[in-house]
Design a protein around this ligand. Structure first.
Ligand SMILES: NC(=O)c1ccc[n+]([C@@H]2O[C@H](COP(=O)([O-])OP(=O)(O)OC[C@H]3O[C@@H](n4cnc5c(N)ncnc54)[C@H](OP(=O)(O)O)[C@@H]3O)[C@@H](O)[C@H]2O)c1
Length: 264
């Protein structure tokens, strides 16, 4: 029988003392994940393009005793990401966890969408994931201690939708990228790479869908066995699990995190 160590079980969900880099930290989910890593005892390094919002988050988190910092960067720009990794390592010495929570969409029918608009979504949601994970992978390999990467994609990575040729394609690409990264990085370097695929959760952009009397909301509930739409906090458990030793045998997966959207 394979033994299970008591101390492993008692600590397997811990990210205490780890350094967690969070992209899209200014967003609805990114800021919740960043704070959750902090509450769980990790050192949190946040990034996004909005200096003012990042500074406000840093102030808020520090007031709660969270050890954190930030660096302004566009995840789709290689030079920005290079500088971001250096800034995080200069502050904390290493990176153990990467959470990718930035993203963008501008729904448009393909007949009205310019190639430039499509490319912008692809850069924001797919090319940026490649650049960020690649640069963090180099850093984690150099550290020689493995690591954990969690990429937030979408249930739209698996199915099409009108006006979503950019978003679905980029999220689908990111999900498959995660599986390829696992093949490159897990066995040899101990770096687990997984994505979580939410359905709709509350953000500035989706708030309008949460009116319980609206047809949109009622329609969604027909596809949500859980009986409600998501909140950013609903994804904290999965992100912490995929960032901790409890998920050491999980890599390359595109995790359903949808309230049962797939089963109906
Ligand atoms: N909300 C949902 O219902 C839902 C459902 C499924 C999947 N998702 C995915 O979950 C992730 C987080 O979503 P969210 O609702 O928290 O998003 P959000 O509130 O809109 O925030 C996303 C963050 O991404 C950054 N961002 C925006 N445009 C960008 C661009 N062109 N290039 C790089 N970064 C950009 C922004 O930060 P800065 O301006 O500071 O850079 C923003 O704060 C995204 O990947 C999203 O696609 C969301």
């Amino acid at each position: 029988m394979v033994p299970v160590e008591k101390s492993f079980v008692q600590n397997m969900f811990s990210v205490e003392g780890k350094v967690a880099l969070v992209t899209g930290a200014t967003g609805a989910l990114g800021c919740v994940l960043a704070k959750a890593y902090g509450y769980a005892g990790a050192k949190v390094f946040m990034t996004g393009r909005n200096d003012k919002k990042l500074k406000a988050l840093e102030d808020e988190f520090k007031a709660e005793g969270i050890d954190c910092g930030y660096f302004v960067a566009d995840p789709a720009k290689e030079e920005d990401v290079d500088a971001l990794i250096k800034a995080c390592v200069a502050k904390y010495g290493e990176i153990n966890i990467l959470a990718v929570a930035h993203g963008f969409n501008k729904p448009q029918n393909v007949l009205e969408q310019s190639v430039a608009d499509w490319q912008y979504i692809m850069d924001a949601d797919c090319k940026s994931v490649y650049i960020v994970t690649k640069y963090v992978a180099h850093q984690m390999v150099a550290q020689g201690k493995g690591g954990k990467m969690v990429v937030v994609t979408s249930q739209r990575s698996k199915r099409g939708m009108a006006g979503y040729t950019g978003y679905c394609t980029s999220k689908g690409g990111a999900d498959l990228m995660v599986s390829c990264l696992a093949c490159d990085l897990t066995a040899k370097y101990g770096i687990n790479v997984n994505s979580i695929c939410p359905t709709v959760f509350r953000s500035d952009l989706t708030e309008w869908m949460f009116d319980p009397d609206s047809a949109v909301y009622k329609n969604f509930l027909n596809r949500e066995p859980i009986g409600r739409l998501g909140e950013p906090a609903d994804f904290v458990g999965y992100a912490l699990f995929l960032s901790s030793a409890a998920s050491d045998f999980i890599t390359g997966s595109n995790a359903d995190c949808s309230g049962g959207y797939l089963v109906v």
